[in-house]
Design a binder for this molecule. Sequence first.
Ligand SMILES: [Zn+2]
Length: 417
Amino acid sequence: MQIRTILNRIQKHKGFVYGCVHFGPSDKPPSLEVQLRACKGSLGCCSGCSQPRPGYDHMAERRFEFIPMWGILIFFLYALRRVDCPTCGVVVEKVPWAQGKETQCLSYQWFLAGWAKRLSWKETAEVFRTSWGKVFRSVEMAVRWGRAHVDLSGVLSIGVDEIQYQLGHKYLTLVYQIDGHCKRLLWVGKERTEATLEGFFDWFGPERTVALKYVCSDMWKNYLTVIAKRAAQAINVLDRFHIMSHMSKAIDEVRAQEAKELVSKGYNPVLTKTRWILLKRPENLTEKQEVRLADLLRYNLRAVRSYLLKEDFQYFWEYTSPGWAMRFLDKWCTRALRSRIEPMKRVARMLRNHRTLLSNWFKAKGALSIGAVEGFNNKAKLTIRRAYGFRTFGAAEIALYHTLGRLPEPEFTHRFC
Ligand SMILES: [Zn+2]
């Protein structure tokens, strides 16, 4: 069987035929070069207006990288025609296997983009003996295509979240769809200002915005302001994950400070290495950690009291009636405010200031996928970490859309993956 026969089976291009196949330069990694020719009498397609136009002249032969096989790199060789177009002038033709000035075939780019979902970009480049830059461009192409073809109908609930993508307080605002039937990343914006979130609503459009039923968010003021202004009909829910993480932060602060005090005063350093014990839910502790926790609870420490306050607050989420839940909240806040532990008092004041929004949690109960925002937050952080090597907003944005956006792909992409 000839290579040409295989190529005709898997990747036929209308108006073009495969010619002879030979080995590439012997001083380079093993490669096969496949000649591509335009069919006799066929017209080139104008890259400006996509219409068939008469030929003008030929350019020098170019190499287009195709999907490698058995460790052998595959290149198509083709001399692009220039066409004489009455509307666009003399321009280079558009070919079906590659876009613009790209030296990689489209199928190869989709192939790399597919693998870049399963492996890190660096690993993908290593496995397929290509460069990080080429993997990046492939993913970028896939994301552009997917974003242009994405279906945004039927979005009822969204979650707004922020993550840090660089050291030094550089934030991204992420908007997710968190409906039961579809969970995905919808939009990524730079910073976490009011203008950022306004940017989302501008992109999302007024018609889709009025159809929103629930918007989940943190207590971050910029977000709350914009949500109230742009999606006033939707119920703004403060989500459990964010509120509990404010509490965890407070405990962390108390613990770190108290641990230092114990050491400096020469007491038994009972708080060293207890960070995770105090932050984890009791049901997630290992047996050894359980023993340490039981031991720790005997001490009348500020960190322990904060921990108990946090654990007590978990009952809040179990209520079904908003009335009872609010009574619980008020009592809890009173206790926290009397605790004389400043970080916990800060949390209590914050919760009191957002009483109405907190009660919305109970209105939305059951309608929202509760763990969705937290799940996405973790995945987004992991994506940013795995995609290390780029420190720019653009690259982080592309990596996030690629892994979390559930973007559509053209039919043919799965043929090679
Ligand atoms: Zn044209």
